[in-house]
Design a protein around this ligand. Structure first.
Ligand code: 13P
Ligand code: SF4
Length: 365
């Protein structure tokens, strides 16, 4: 199991016998990133959630983008999309409360359909998942018959149901290479334009976007090349980072190590020192010592790393959080357990077909 799932301080907070003890422990973990008045108020919520969670035999999964006062207090498992998908598939808890966005909670339901899966905020979406419909995928399949479809997990269940293999930012290149090794020279890769371009650059594969002028499968010699067929969805958070942002920071702090999520543009990824999933970025900061780090990703994650590793200096370029992740609060998480809301339900045939695409991904690793 991944290292950062186990955290003694979080275990202690979850087993605290009173609100006062919860607050004292939260201060130890979080006082460098959360103001004290906020901790006093949130300690009571965290204590109630931890008690109710035990009583209901529920488990809380938290994506790395959750706000620090939730991430470090009530989550049983923390991770990136791939890690949380694996945990979802295995848990025997009666209730899974998914502190993340809807596509992640849907993935948990698909992988463990007999559990009750709750998403604390009904409207926690994702600009990537909203960028493509199942009908769009059917049309692409009709246009490129026989070409396998790889979909990023940041898609809704009906899109996954039209997909051959899902992927996350952790294994996208691996999934494409797997298909290439099986003789598939072309792969439809949906829906993130930037992730597709970054995977194409990493694997040395040509990329086209249907409908855009000048896109062709032919190389200069006139031969067919291996190619990705992309879609033009974007993450509304990561598309905001620019090469200029990096240059400005490097001008001021030349020894900064820059880490970019692969949902950033290829130019930003190229100008960075490292690119990887949220887990890969966390592991990098923990394992590679540097004077300071700049994370080009959702800003709560920098606070989460700083809380656990106060000796690491994290620079932030954050003015906005992911508006969808930001909807998940301790208040809503408590209400979710109390009222069993908002339950994820999906049609059986969608679960069955989407499950096949997720299982294939989990088999590849
Ligand atoms: P990870 O799988 O890297 O955690 O990314 C999920 C996500 O939504 C990033 O914006
Ligand atoms: Fe979607 Fe971007 Fe938010 Fe991740 S950060 S959930 S990709 S909108």
């Amino acid at each position: 199991m991944a290292r950062h799932f186990k955290d003694n301080m979080i275990d202690q907070i979850q087993n605290a016998a009173s609100i006062e003890e919860t607050l004292a422990l939260m201060r130890r973990r979080l006082s460098n990133v959360v103001p004290d008045f906020e901790l006093s108020y949130k300690a009571e919520l965290a204590f109630k959630i931890n008690q109710l969670k035990r009583k209901l035999h529920a488990v809380i999964l938290a994506h790395n983008y959750m706000e620090p006062a939730l991430y470090h207090t009530v989550s049983d498992y923390r991770g990136d999309s791939l890690e949380l998908a694996r945990i979802s598939a295995k848990t025997d808890a009666d209730i899974i409360v998914f502190c993340g966005v809807r596509f992640m909670a849907e993935t948990a339901k698909i992988l463990n359909p007999t559990r009750q899966v709750l998403l604390p905020a009904q409207k926690a979406g994702c600009s990537l998942a909203a960028s493509i419909t199942a009908n769009d995928v059917r049309q692409l399949k009709a246009r490129y018959p026989g070409v396998p479809v790889v979909s990023y997990v940041n898609t809704y269940a009906d899109v996954k149901a039209e997909t051959d293999i899902c992927c996350t930012s952790s294994n996208a290149a691996k999934v494409v290479k797997y298909l290439n090794s099986r003789g598939h020279e072309r792969v439809i890769f949906l829906p993130d334009e930037y992730l597709a371009k970054n995977v194409a650059a990493e694997t040395g594969i040509h990329i086209i976007f249907p409908g855009l002028p000048g896109t062709s499968f032919m190389n200069q010699a006139g031969n067919f090349e291996r190619a990705l067929i992309g879609w033009r969805g974007r993450c509304e958070v990561h598309e905001k980072f620019t090469v200029e942002d990096i240059e400005n920071v490097r001008r001021q702090f030349p020894d900064t190590v820059v880490l970019a999520h692969p949902e950033c543009s290829p130019e930003v990824v190229k100008a960075s020192d490292f690119s990887g999933s949220t887990k890969a970025m966390i592991d990098y900061v923990k394992n590679v010592s540097a004077p300071r780090y700049l994370l080009l990703t959702e800003c709560a994650m920098g606070d989460n790393i700083a809380a656990e590793n106060p000796e690491r200096e994290m620079l932030r370029l954050c003015s906005v959080r992911c508006p969808h992740m930001n909807l998940i609060t301790l208040e809503d998480t408590l209400a979710s357990l109390e009222k069993r809301q908002y339950e994820i339900t999906l049609p059986d045939d969608i679960i069955k077909r989407a499950r096949a695409s997720l299982d294939r991904m989990l088999e590849i690793g």
